[in-house]
Design a protein around this ligand. Structure first.
Ligand SMILES: Cc1ncc(C[n+]2csc(CCOP(=O)(O)OP(=O)(O)O)c2C)c(N)n1
Ligand SMILES: [Mg+2]
Length: 898
């Protein structure tokens, strides 16, 4: 975007002939404002605009305002705090934040950390800490503040001054391994569960989580689970971060939902990591256009109070015009210059501008002295105040700041500033002097941490402010909330089985539907779906619990006559998010952490197309795990050959592989309805009764088949990952071969067992592997224990002991890539052959797909025979005959290469 194009504020010339006419128009408008007020003036302007449109006169969209503060000086009330004390507090926070990073890097070069980002947002945070951010003890509940991840030294430095962290902890910044008291690099609730609430450092994930959190708060209120409150969601984000699609991708939701409990503060230091965010444009104006265009309340905090007299003297608007036309790259250059250079380069271009500043000394013109709005509490306070008082729409504050503010030559506003981690003595001295701290020269090199004494005015002030605002922020609290387990009937029908063919997706939906009726947990369940409810057969939930809508239903739905009609209501329970997996998982995180944030235990079930889960929004699931969210992720229409007909972009054969590295996600690929019931029942117990921070991932298929009754004694195996299905007949002795199946491919094992018996006189046992991940985790844990405890009796992984009486020849078939079953091969006692669905999916019938990927009963049979041949149990020549019998062609295309 060219700066010239966005200078909508270009003032009209008032001197020449046209100027006289212009002035008459302006004077008329002024007269209306004076006589009838601004509202009438607005009406008239709109009238003229409409008329112009009728005459075919194109007008530019009104998305920008001049490049000045939105709140004019005369609407700025008196500052409610003690500015001198707050300045001294801020100076120490700034110093300590810098000291943490510098000391950490001196001790361990390369340990990282950032100085300049917090240096840019420190004043924004301080005004928040002194006047706005409510802690959990506030009468109406705390505010939820999403801090900028890589500005975390600032939060630690603040907590240190408040006495919430001690020096030892500061010294262990980024030493999360060396010391149990180490401070995590970024906000990680997993690592600092009593401190951090929201993981934000993956750029873009903070804003989207904050948006859906603010909506979830309204959801809880509208459903009557939470009293209406004035709690706000504050989200701080970087201007560079706004390039992430997650940052700006969900901006319409808060407008639609009128989320006036949401305040987004964009720290516009005009720089990102490598250089300017928009060197050739103006990021603040660009963002203003985006937010205003959508309907946000936009407040720009651009210039500090020192600019006020200049703007007041600028009757012709020439200063405003110059600043509006200045590209950010040029501003940053000017910022690094001396006052004399600024006089020449910024003000010297126009005689009127030169005159405007002629009474100011060069020192006074130095931009480091003139400063910008985001470093001036007097400008920040009214913006924050206007934001929290605004009704009916979310607010964004675009605050102009300087990256590395106060660092001078060490990186203030320089391109290198982001990476600055070490300061030399000269630079430390400069920083100290800018902050007006009384650290003696001889102490400087130690970069000491400094705090106020307990009887100082500053300490009393900051403690008092935090006490009034309800305690420390951030602080994560998890009250022990107990919910009674769901009634046994909620699960029983699944244990009986069903002859009628049912897909596991249907079983899961039915399970959730029964849970929603349960008197204990029912109202705590949050079904979430990104526009796939009908795909998963969830539409019965529309009428059962209603679709949440903050305004109810303003229209009569077209399908009103149908009992399963599209019912929206204010107290609706189902979150129908529309096509946004990223938004939906953000709702999942909000619901899954509601026990900590709102003192209300909620149990989300997020149903999504399994292909668009871990693959598409893996980073948000990672954040959910970090956030200690609890709940159930359900990957529907799963399995590369179970979902027929959709093809390459839809058929998921790898989400179970992608789920493997997530530490607190237990992933299951259940085959039968009773397995689902066992997993869900135990998961709910662990979440609601044991208070475990765990997420369950269940894949569910859409292939209908009859559901067997639950065999006795298999619950442990289902939960741990493997159990044997009842044998055909009542054979007691060992089988010749053992077959592992998961999900709907378990049926292929059952068919293969029959084929093996009938065609080849081979006895097979069939095992349902509900979770390779669980088996692997257990085996890794046991292996580790054995390594560390050589003096004790060796332990055996569950999978090894479960299979100890098995044949020693195993065939695993999975609707996922072969690596999934391969992941346990080390611990399988014998030889394991794996069949899986490596390669791009295709649209076709299930049987053709299973032939393509070589995962049907015939291939299971052939693989079993091959193992027997390898062991000398059958003659290898039998294999040729077998392939022939099974109609398997040796020269068929390899699905991985095809
Ligand atoms: C998804 C993602 N990509 C890259 C990074 C690495 N990174 C950390 S900070 C940063 C620059 C941030 O710039 P900006 O948002 O403007 O914040 P500032 O430091 O300028 O306040 C980058 C690229 C990250 N944390 N997350
Ligand atoms: Mg930036």
């Amino acid at each position: 975007m060219e700066a010239r194009k966005i200078s909508l504020a270009k003032p009209a010339p008032l001197e020449d002939e046209t100027g006289i006419e212009n002035r008459e128009w302006i004077e008329s408008l002024e007269a209306v404002i004076q006589a009838e007020g601004p509202e009438r003036a607005r009406e008239l302007i709109e009238l003229i605009e409409t008329h112009a449109a009728e005459k075919g006169i194109p007008l530019p969209p009104h998305v920008n305002t001049p490049y000045v503060n939105t709140i004019p000086r005369d609407r700025q009330g008196p500052y409610p705090g003690d500015l001198a004390i707050e300045k001294r507090i801020e100076a120490l926070v700034r110093w300590n934040a810098m000291a943490m990073v510098v000391r950490a890097n001196r001790e361990e070069s390369g340990i990282g950390g950032h100085i300049s980002t917090f240096a840019s947002c420190a004043t924004l945070y301080e005004v928040g800490y002194n006047h706005f951010f409510h802690g959990h003890d506030a009468p109406e509940g705390g505010d939820l503040v999403y801090f900028i991840g890589h500005a975390s030294p600032g939060n630690y430095a603040r907590a240190y001054l408040e006495g919430r962290l001690d020096e030892d902890q500061l010294l262990n910044f980024r030493r999360e391994v060396r010391s149990p008291r180490g401070l995590s690099s970024y906000p990680h609730p997993r690592l600092m569960p009593q401190f951090w609430e929201f993981p934000t450092v993956s750029m873009g994930l903070g804003p989207i989580q904050a948006i859906y959190r603010a909506r979830f708060m309204k959801y809880l209120e509208n459903r009557g689970l939470k009293a209406a409150s004035s709690s706000k969601v504050w989200c701080f984000a970087g201007d560079g971060e706004c390039d992430e699609p997650e940052t700006l991708g969900s901006l319409t939701l808060p407008v639609r939902e009128k989320l006036d409990n949401l305040v987004l503060v964009v720290n516009c230091n005009l720089q990102r990591l490598d250089g300017p965010v928009r060197g050739n444009g103006k990021i603040i104006q660009e963002l203003e256009a985006v937010f205003r265009g959508i309907g946000w309340n936009v407040i720009k905090v651009v210039w500090s109070s020192r600019w006020d007299p200049l703007f007041e003297r600028d009757q012709s608007g020439v200063l405003q015009e110059r600043l509006t036309n200045l590209v950010d790259g040029e501003f940053l250059k000017l910022y690094s210059e001396t006052g004399a250079q600024v006089r020449e380069h910024l003000f010297g271009k126009d005689p009127k501008l030169a005159t405007l500043v002629s009474g100011l000394s060069d020192e006074e013109l130095d931009l480091k002295r003139l400063s910008v709005g985001g470093h001036d509490p007097a400008k920040i306070y009214p913006a924050f105040e206007a934001a929290v008082n605004h009704r009916g729409a979310p607010t964004v504050i675009l605050a102009h700041t300087i990256k590395g503010y106060g660092l001078g030559e060490a990186g203030e506003g320089r391109n290198i500033t982001h990476q600055q981690k070490k300061l030399e003595d000269k630079e430390l001295r400069y920083f100290r002097d800018r902050l007006e701290l009384d650290i003696p020269d001889e102490d400087l090199n130690r970069v000491p941490f400094r705090r106020f004494s307990d009887d100082s005015a500053e300490y009393r002030y900051l403690q008092e402010r935090r006490r009034i605002l309800g305690g420390g922020v951030p602080k994560r609290v998890t009250p022990p909330l107990e919910l009674k387990a769901p009634a046994p009937e909620t699960f029983e029908e699944f244990f009986k089985g069903s002859r009628r063919p049912i897909a596991t997706t249907m079983a899961l939906v039915r399970q959730v539907s029964l849970l929603l009726r349960d008197p204990s947990v029912g109202k705590h369940i949050v079904p979430i779906v990104p526009d796939e409810a009908r795909t998963f057969g969830m539409e019965s939930l529309f009428s059962q619990v209603g679709i949440y809508s903050s305004v109810g239903q303003l229209y009569e739905p077209v399908d009103r006559a149908n009992i399963l009609y599209y019912r929206e209501e204010k107290s609706g329970q189902l979150l129908e998010e529309g096509i946004t997996e990223a938004g939906s998982v953000s709702s999942f995180i909000a619901a899954g952490t509601a026990h900590a944030e709102h003192g209300i235990p909620m149990l989300p079930f997020f149903f999504f197309y399994s292909m668009f889960g871990f693959q598409r929004i893996g980073d948000l699931i990672w954040a959910a795990d970090d956030a200690r969210a609890r709940g159930f992720l359900v990957g529907g229409t799963a399995g590369r050959t179970t979902l027929a007909g959709e093809g390459l972009q839809h058929q998921d054969g790898h989400s179970h592989l992608l789920a493997q590295p997530f530490p607190h996600i237990e992933a299951y690929d259940p085959a039968f309805a009773y397995e689902i019931a066992v997993i869900v029942r135990d998961g709910i117990r662990r979440i609601l009764q044991e208070h475990e921070d765990v997420i369950f991932y269940l894949t569910a298929g859409n292939e209908p088949y009859s559901q067997p009754e639950m065999p006795p004694g298999c619950e442990e195996g289902i939960l741990k990952g493997i159990y044997r299905l009842p044998r055909a007949g009542d054979r007691k002795d060992q089988a010749d071969v053992d077959l592992f199946g998961s999900g709907s491919l378990l049926n292929e094992c059952l068919k293969a067992r029959k084929l093996l018996k009938e065609e080849f006189d081979v006895e097979a046992d069939v095992w349902s592997v509900t979770s390779y991940k669980q088996l692997r985790m257990d085996a890794l844990e046991v292996e580790r224990w054995n390594l560390l405890h050589p003096d004790q009796q060796t332990r055996v992984p569950f999978v090894t002991s479960a299979l100890k009486e098995a044949s020693g020849s195993f065939v695993a078939v999975s609707d996922y890539v072969k690596l999934v079953p391969d992941s346990i091969s080390k611990w399988v006692p014998g030889r394991l052959a794996t069949l899986g669905t490596d390669g791009f999916g295709r649209s076709d019938s299930r049987s053709d797909l299973r032939d393509l990927f070589e995962v049907d009963a015939r291939y299971v049979t052939l693989a079993a025979l091959r193992l027997l041949a390898e062991r000398g149990r059958i003659d290898p020549s039998e294999l040729i005959r077998a392939a022939d019998t099974l109609k398997i062609h040796a020269e068929k295309a390899d699905p991985m290469a095809a």
